[in-house]
Write a protein that binds this ligand. Structure first.
Ligand code: HEM
Length: 510
């Protein structure tokens, strides 16, 4: 994608170079008063854009070796800073958190979220705070997560039950995890509003929507690097996103209408527990400041933010486990001890699965789904590491670099879950954003609000897959562990694996 961007950038921009050279020279912010860090030099106008490689987090880490833990580079008209060390990441998310609390929303993200109304893409301020509070309080609080345990159990059991009918065949693990996670998320969102075949249809449609949206948002867009060119929409990304929006609207409008009909018929939907859509619609009735498009943006936050990330994680963990048979044996032994070979895994078992927990943590370290988190933009000029970050700069927090730092992690490229078991090392890494050398869910005000749900789901799905089945790679397939970065880092080749039953507990899943 970066190569494509580079050639498009060249073709278009060489033609108009002379016009821009003038404005470039005269509009570039003055450096006299700002102490900027060193950084790689790029070309006039294009900056470093033509030199970007697909795996940005790796390239940024290499550049840190040359320029230090903080450096600057121009991407088109945008001044960018890359922060690579735990100490400086801490400065950003603790000391300068309010100045750097905005995500730098690409044009496509703003269009897809009705002008930035979602939690992820709204600017830091009262609107974002209220929406995030609502999101966390009503959907992702500990109480709500406990209350929705049955629903997750039901969906995971359904997925495992289906696998028993596919014994010996090759399974796309990412797809399996995605469908399971999407079903859980849809149940949390609108419970029994729609059910059966209709739920499956909506699931299939939302799946397409989520992956298209991630593709559009993750695609490098000239308009983001040269805002003055945004109105020409050279790559047609804005147009594609606008054309696609009515499709999202139609799906969500249908579900919302169904739910409103149920409300007016006095139906509670998914038995006693209120689903998220029901809560949002009730709030809307009471409080006219919440509009339908805000509700839709939040629903999309969850569908887009909560499904692919979790599925990618399950796929990476399964890949590492298949590459490390000793780890697979140890996980399965732990499951046998904690769950019992002929019992099914329950969510309450998960907190006792310490080795699996270490395997998941180690996988997040090596393969974080968002190795550069979501890039920030400075709302005010501020200082990091003794350097000035001028207002309006893009800031990349390269957590991958910190997670692969040999000064912190011994033999960082080796898969060694034991490093997360070693309590004596004094390194207690959790997901809460306080260990700045380990931040798979980010940190500070913008830390992922879905982390507890994600943790529960990832652990529960993996425990169920590994307790019920042994897994092997299909003949002729290799177990490649390379990733490709868009906005998410996915496996370059999807993982296929063949299940064979480990225990005779099929009846528990039927
Ligand atoms: C393995 C799964 C997941 C990973 C690795 C992950 C990771 C992240 C990261 C790194 C960020 C950016 C944090 C920052 O900028 O500092 C983020 C933000 C976000 N995530 Fe997640 N996430 C996951 C699952 C979920 C789930 C399940 C949901 C919702 C149900 C969710 C919803 C969001 C939202 C709404 C934001 C934006 C928060 C804001 O801007 O205030 N994520 N996530």
């Amino acid at each position: 994608m970066m190569d494509e961007l580079a050639s498009t950038a060249f073709a278009v921009l060489i033609v108009i170079a002379s016009v821009f050279l003038y404005s470039w020279i005269f509009k570039k912010p003055s450096k006299e008063s700002a102490l900027l860090p060193p950084g790689p030099r790029g070309l006039p106008i294009l900056g470093y854009l033509p030199f970007l490689r697909p795996n940005l987090h790796q390239q940024f880490t290499e550049l840190a070796g040359r320029y230090g833990p903080i450096y600057q580079l121009w991407l088109g008209k945008k001044l960018c800073f890359v922060i690579n060390s735990p100490g400086l990441i801490k400065e950003v998310v603790r000391d300068q958190d309010t100045m750097l609390a905005n995500h730098d929303a690409p044009v496509a993200a703003l269009i897809a979220t009705y002008g930035g109304l979602s939690v992820a893409w709204s600017p830091y301020g009262p609107y974002w705070r209220d929406m995030r509070k609502l999101f966390v309080r009503e959907l992702l609080s500990n109480n709500n997560l406990e209350a929705s345990c049955n629903l997750r159990t039901e969906e995971v059991r359904k997925a495992i039950g289906n696998l028993y009918s596919k014994i010996g065949t090759s399974i796309d693990i990412g797809e399996l995890a995605f469908v399971t996670e999407l079903n859980v998320v849809l149940k949390l969102l609108w419970g029994g509003t729609i059910d059966g075949d209709k739920q499956d249809e909506v699931g299939v449609e939302l799946r397409k929507v989520a992956s298209k949206m991630i593709h559009l948002i993750g695609q490098p867009n000239i308009s983001d690097f040269f805002p003055v060119l945004a109105r020409f929409d050279i790559q047609g990304i804005a147009k594609a996103t606008k054309n696609f929006l009515p499709h999202i609207d139609r799906i969500l409008d249908n579900v919302i209408n169904e739910r409103m009909k149920m409300n007016s018929d006095g139906g509670e939907g998914d038995n006693k527990r209120k689903d998220f859509l029901q809560i949002l619609l009730q709030l809307k009735e009471k409080n006219t400041s919440i509009s339908l498009i805000q509700i839709k943006s939040i629903l999309m936050d969850i569908v887009v933010g909560g499904t692919d990330t979790t599925a990618i994680t399950v796929e990476w963990v399964m890949t590492e486990i298949l590459r490390n048979p000793d780890a697979m044996k140890r996980v399965q032994q732990e499951l046998t001890n904690v769950v019992g070979i002929n019992n099914s895994v329950e969510e309450f078992h998960v907190s006792k699965l310490q080795y699996l927990d270490a395997v998941v943590k180690e996988t997040f370290r090596l393969h974080p789904p968002l190795p550069l988190l979501i890039p920030r933009i400075s709302s005010q000029s501020c200082m990091v590491g003794g350097y000035t970050i001028p207002k309006g700069s893009r800031v990349f927090l390269n957590t991958w670099s910190a997670q692969m730092d040999p000064q912190i992690w011994e033999n960082p490229s080796e898969f060694r879950p034991e490093r997360f078991l070693n309590v004596d090392s004094g390194k207690v890494c959790d997901y809460l954003g306080n260990s700045f050398e380990y931040l798979p869910f980010g940190s500070g005000r913008r830390i992922c609000p879905g982390l507890h749900l994600a943790e529960k789901m990832v652990m529960y799905v993996l425990a169920s897959l590994l307790h019920s089945f042994d897994w092997k790679i299909p003949e002729g397939k290799n177990l490649d562990a390379s990733g490709t970065f868009g906005i998410l880092m996915r496996k370059t080749e999807p993982l296929f694996a063949i299940p064979s039953p480990r225990s005779s507990n099929l009846s528990l899943y039927a």
